[in-house]
Design a protein around this ligand. Sequence first.
Ligand SMILES: O=c1ccn([C@@H]2O[C@H](COP(=O)(O)OP(=O)(O)O[C@H]3O[C@H](CO)[C@@H](O)[C@H](O)[C@H]3O)[C@@H](O)[C@H]2O)c(=O)[nH]1
Ligand SMILES: [Mn+2]
Length: 760
Amino acid sequence: MEPERKRSAALHTCHPCRRTIPYRIYAIIHTCGIISLMYNHAHSLATADTTLTTSLLLIADVVLAFMWATTTCLRFNPIHRTEYPNKYVAKPKEDFPELDVFICTANPYKEPPMMVVNTALSVMAYDYPSDKISVYVSDDGGSSLTLFALMEAAKFSEHWLPFCKKNNVEDRSPEVYFSSKSQYWTDEAENIKRNYKHNIVHEYVDIQNNRYTLKQTMYEDMKKRVEHVVNSGNVDTHHFTKSDQFYDVLDLWTNNNFTHHDHPTIIKVFYHSNSFHFKPVLLNNETEIMPNLMYVSREKSRATPHHFKAGALNTLLRVSSVMTNSPVILTLDCDMFSNNPRTPLHALCYLSDPKINSTLGFVQFPQKFHGINKNDIYASELRRSFVINMVGFDGLMGPAYAGTGCFFNRRAFYGPPTNLILPEVDELGPNWIADKRIKDHDVLALAHNVAGCNYERNSNWGSKIGFRYGSLVEDYYTGYSLHCEGWRSVFCSPPKTAFYGDSPKCLIDVVSQQKRWTIGLLEVAFSRFSPVTYGVRSTGLLTGIGYCQYAFWAFLSIPLVIYGFLPQFALLYGVSVFPKPSDPWFWLYIFLFLGSYGQDLLDFVLEGGTCHGWWNDQRMWLIRGFSSFPFGFIEFTLKTLNLSTHGFNLTSKVNDDDKQSKRYEQEIFDFGHSSTMFFPITMVAIINLFALLYGIYGIFVWDEGLVLELMLVSFAVVNSWPIYMAMVLREDDGKLPKNVCILAGIFACFVVVAGFFVLK
Ligand SMILES: O=c1ccn([C@@H]2O[C@H](COP(=O)(O)OP(=O)(O)O[C@H]3O[C@H](CO)[C@@H](O)[C@H](O)[C@H]3O)[C@@H](O)[C@H]2O)c(=O)[nH]1
Ligand SMILES: [Mn+2]
């Protein structure tokens, strides 16, 4: 009776995955296999005269074995969780904590302001007491276009929020709801569209667009206005009346010295539940106050480092401390709109649980993307990183922080659970009670002050307090640092997806994004806080080694290069580097290959993937291994030697090339850019193709075929199929540029000649 009652009171439960025990048993067997292989290499080093090839294979296999170990740590105790938000809802509304939402944006052309608007509206409309939500938008682009869009969003929200709540709308991003994508369309939508357009019709819409018809919707009106302003590149004062509260703000931008990396702090408050400037809006027939919406563009100066997104988030952390200081913080990228209005309740099932919340730092939701093609050719879902590993981490210290879709306990930013580190002023501490009106002069003055570009000088911000600086993957680094301090985290993946974001839809964007991650991860790997040393000590062996999988993933290039060239040379010169079929060691290779690939496939399928999706995913690992990783490594080295600087290259979220979108839909690879990034992979593909042809010929000539070499090369050729297609068989804009192909061909010849000296 007793346990039953306990369970019914619990807000969440967790259960280990069924694969755990078989996985552990298999891990022992596979480890024995790896040890035997190492023994075999050591033996041939000592006895045979193939020192160079054996050493190369040994290096490759050591890296692969290490990678396998990092994955195995995350397979040690995978768990799944379920939470019961309905039990949470039963609580009195007064007990719901306040929620600060941070949305980052940085460039109105790569991140269209309408995208920011939709993300903001989707969270403002959460099924949560509206007066407890404050949305802070950080604009690192310092753009009046984004400010204008948010002003429009604030006005629209007065209609959108009551509408959503009254009709229980599921898609609270208006773009999704008003598009045919929504399954939840109701007649009510037509209504809101019709009613609204009489409210706000700006003059210029008439002027600009005299085809303005009664059918146009309010949302579409707003969208038009915003897009018009974005296209024209600036906001004219004629969009406002003199009495408009933002009339003066725009003056800032007319100042000639204003550029996006040199400008003063701009903070604008659109709604403020604890002041009386705005009339309360009726929601659900009760008077409920609208959520707060703030625009924050921190001060920028070329002379001061701004630490990219981490810097933006720390500014929001301080500004929000001064204004609302909610105990719970949700961080979002501007493309990540809410798809589930009850998401905060799911997070609160953990964050409010007194049994765990004293050490619970954050609740991470999975990163999911919309518009991915059927079999996800670019592996944009990143299922291993964002799902499989998260489930694995969850049974240890908890999932890594993914940069977006994460609810934080504000306290976690201020030192370890047992040791509160207070910032410079009381108003910035997690325990400060922000009870003044947001628009009060001293609140705004302090907010401006803490958003200044020199505010962090000689402080703990970025090292001991807030989001961590020093890596281009501030998300990974911050989550990892919190785990090192003793904070735990939880992976929360409700059946209805919490957020959807945008993922790159063109290969060059995919590999460039991963190059940035590679650089950021190497920065952590080679820092004082490297997971192999510091991480293992502070978070325990399994979590520490698990974190190494990311930190050192660029090292995967080493075995890829060795296995991408050596067996190929072997075929071309008729020399064997692997054991022959008559040799018992032959079977060890087969076992290790099938074992690790098989387990990877199993992981993938058990966490909801498909076989075809897995195939594409493993192919992308090969592509990254020859593009993002080596190029990232080079840039990291140059930066370490102070020979170059690299910034945060924003991923573009605009897909306006119709032909390219069509190719993406049809799952055709898009190279289409004369980029050096594709040079190595093209070269490897060429060499493998020739090695395969020559190897097949060899079957008839050599007395004992080079079976393993041939199998490996066939595998590579099958994987390279899209590259051959893009080289010769295609004529569209997405094909591989001629100069890349020719150059790769010439280099391939040189490399093959060089291979002669490795083997002979
Ligand atoms: O100087 C900057 C640079 C970026 N951003 C914001 O950071 C977010 C992520 O940028 P994006 O180009 O979308 O990066 P992705 O590679 O798509 O993002 C992944 O990787 C990043 C770390 O490299 C994480 O911060 C992200 O959360 C994670 O989704 C966006 O909202 C940007 O507006 C800023 O606010 N200031
Ligand atoms: Mn992104």
